[in-house]
Every structure is written in C-alpha cells, then in structure tokens.
Design a protein around this ligand. Structure first.
Ligand code: KG4
Ligand code: ZN
Length: 348
C-alpha cells in the first residue's frame, strides 16, 4: 500500500444502509454498514422517513467504527466523499449534512459523488485500477443501465437503461408475489438454487423489432406480469405454486437478458472488459452465467464480491479517492442532495 495515496472516508445514505468506508487509494481499510432493513420489512419496501431517522442514529457510531477498524483518526483523512444522489431525498440529506460537517470541521475537501458511479468504482478495491475503456452494467434496486466508461471521474456515456422496472425492483416484486420476504433479491436467489428452470418466461426487449429501437435497453415489467399471471393461474386451479421453480425460471429470464445485452454492448463497442455492479450483481446465477458466456466471446468480466455489490460506504470512498488521485475540483460546501441526480453527473 502506497502511503501517499489519499486517505478518504466515504459516506453512503441513499437508501436504507448507513455505509461508512475508508480507503487509501485503491486499498480498502474499513467498510462499516448499519442497515435499517428490518424496520422496513413489514411494510414490504423502504419507508423514507424511517430510513432517514435510522441514518441519523447510526451515523456517528458507524463513523467511529470505521475509524477504529481502519486504525486511523479523522484528522488523518485527506478528503471526505459522500453520495449526493440519486436516492431518497431525506436519507441523502443526512449523509450530505454529516459529510459537510466532517469536511468543514477537519478543514478537508469534500466530494459529492454519484451513487451509481460509486457502484462502478468499488471494483477497484478488489481488482485494481479499472480497465479503460470498459462497459459497466449497473443493476440495482432503482437502476439498470449499460454505460461506457473511460475515466470514471470525468463522466460516463449511457448506452441504455431500463424503460420501466429496474432489475432489483423486479426481483423484489416477484419475491413478494411468491410470499418471500423483503428485500426479495437474496431470497429469490436462495429459492432458485432449490428449483429447476421449467417455465419459459418472456425476455423483454429482445425481439428483432424491439432491438432496432432498444438494443441496449431493458424492460422487466412484462416479465413481472407474466410471473404474476402464471402464479394466479396455478392458484385458481387450486394447485400448489412451485416457488423454487418459479424463482429459478424468473431469475433465468432476468439474467439471460442482462447477460445478452451486456455482452452485445461490449462486442458492439469493441471493448474487452465488462464490469458488473449494484445489488443485483450479488446474484449467484448472474455471476455464473456472465462469466461463462463472456468467456465464449473473449470478454473479461469483473464483479466485486457480493458484500461490495450491495450499498456500502467503501464504494463512495473508492470514487472519492479516484477524484483526489485525478486532481478533480472538490465540491462546494453548499452542495445539494439531488434525489434524481443523473448518471452523467459523477461529481457535483
Ligand atoms: O445497489 P443496492 O444495494 O441498492 C440500490 O442502489 O438500489 O441494490 C438493492 C437491490 C434490491 O432490489 C435487492 O433485492 C437486490 O439488489 N439484490 C439482489 C441480490 N442481492 C440484492 N437481487 C438478486 N439476487 C441477489 N442475490
Ligand atoms: Zn445502490
């Protein structure tokens, strides 16, 4: 580890995880996450006000834990980074206000960064500097996008995105109709391992006509409806719903489309490196399928370990450290939290 690489603390509060990470350059020193997921489970989704309050309570202890784990003092930091958006407005505000207070109190620069770009940057902590250029596929609870990335700190080129539900949202909704807990992704993943792919669910935006207009876009709402209809028909017939088989078949349909389009994007751009990030990148079938199919077409795949795919503070610290290393101008201390910050605004 180079001791002159920047020591950066990153704060993530865009949804229900209070994440505080500390990195030195591309070396991960601490990744502390306090989740309020259990407080939301009975509502079947994240309740913004509950999340904001939980962030407020968790912030100081999580920062303290991160410093203790990393073996650093706040005064040692070179910079503070924070997710400025996109995400839940109230939740983001807690992180942004905390980061401003830290930066101002310590007299250190502050970087307000994009949550989605941070999902890409985090891979550096595990696999070293990002290949330039690379194709990044971001699949989370709120987004599904294909991006072309050269220097992440300068911006990204969007190639395609979901036109309706995000991939993680589809997992969560299908989990709900199968009677699995929230958040559904990990439960569908687990159930699918016990099942067999027996149902041929639709692959959104893959027909020849759709590909003409939406080659790199995704659509998952039709798939979700198809699963709902299938389950309803079983229930109407008074037959038991084979939850594991439905989970496996649904998951196969999602992964098939994601992998096909990501590899098509890499091939079309003549780019040999593909990076996958966001909560859905923790999916075991997606990880296995993409590695196997990419190998066949000569594309290299990088996916962070599952714990770094779901929301965390280390990803924000990683992007912050990259901003420092590339000499980017820090954010103003009055930077806003922007709940709909576009993917193209990597630094505010
Ligand atoms: O990136 P993330 O932690 O938060 C957002 O920025 O949205 O992603 C959360 C999403 C949720 O929809 C969750 O169900 C999904 O990621 N997810 C998974 C898995 N683990 C988390 N989806 C499928 N399989 C998984 N193993
Ligand atoms: Zn995320």
């Amino acid at each position: 580890m180079s001791t002159d690489a920047p020591l950066v603390l990153g704060i993530e509060t865009s949804c229900d995880e209070t994440g505080v990470g500390i990195v030195r350059g591309t070396t991960l020193l601490a990744d502390e996450v306090a989740s309020s997921v259990e407080e939301h489970a009975r509502f079947g989704g994240v309740v913004p006000e509950v999340a904001s309050r939980a962030h407020l309570e968790a912030m100081v202890p999580t920062v303290e834990r991160a410093c203790a784990t990393a073996g650093v003092r706040l005064a040692d930091l070179d910079a503070v980074a924070v997710t400025s958006g996109p995400g839940l407005a109230g939740a983001l505000l807690v992180g942004v206000a905390s980061a401003k207070a830290l930066a101002l109190g310590l007299g250190k620069p502050l970087y307000g960064v994009n949550h989605l770009a941070a999902h890409v940057a985090v891979d550096q902590l595990e696999h070293g500097p990002l290949p330039e250029p690379c194709i990044a596929m971001l699949v989370s609870g709120g987004h599904s996008s294909l991006l072309r990335v050269t220097d992440l700190t300068a911006g990204v080129d969007p190639m395609g995105a979901t036109i309706d539900d995000a991939a993680g949202e589809a997992f969560d909704k299908v989990a709900r109709l199968l009677g699995l807990p929230f958040p559904g992704g990990p439960y569908v993943d687990r159930a699918a391992r016990e099942g067999t792919v027996t149902i041929d669910f639709p692959r959104g935006l893959t027909s020849r006509r759709d590909l003409e207009r939406h080659r790199f876009d995704f659509s998952f709402s039709g798939l979700k409806t198809a699963v709902a209809r299938w389950v309803e028909a079983k229930e109407r017939a008074g037959e038991p719903v084979p939850v594991a088989d439905v989970a496996a078949s649904f998951q196969e349909a999602v992964c098939d489309v994601l992998v096909r389009k990501a590899l098509d994007a890499a091939t079309a751009e003549g780019v040999e490196d593909l990076l996958v990030g966001g909560g859905v990148a923790a999916n075991s079938r997606l990880r296995a399928m993409i590695v196997e199919r990419a190998d066949r077409v000569g594309v290299r795949v990088r996916i962070p370990r599952p714990g770094l795919c779901t929301d965390n503070g280390a990803m924000v610290a990683a992007l912050g450290a990259e901003m420092v290393a590339r000499g980017r101008t820090p954010s103003a201390l009055d930077l806003p939290a922007d709940s709909s910050q576009p993917i193209t605004t990597v630094l505010v």
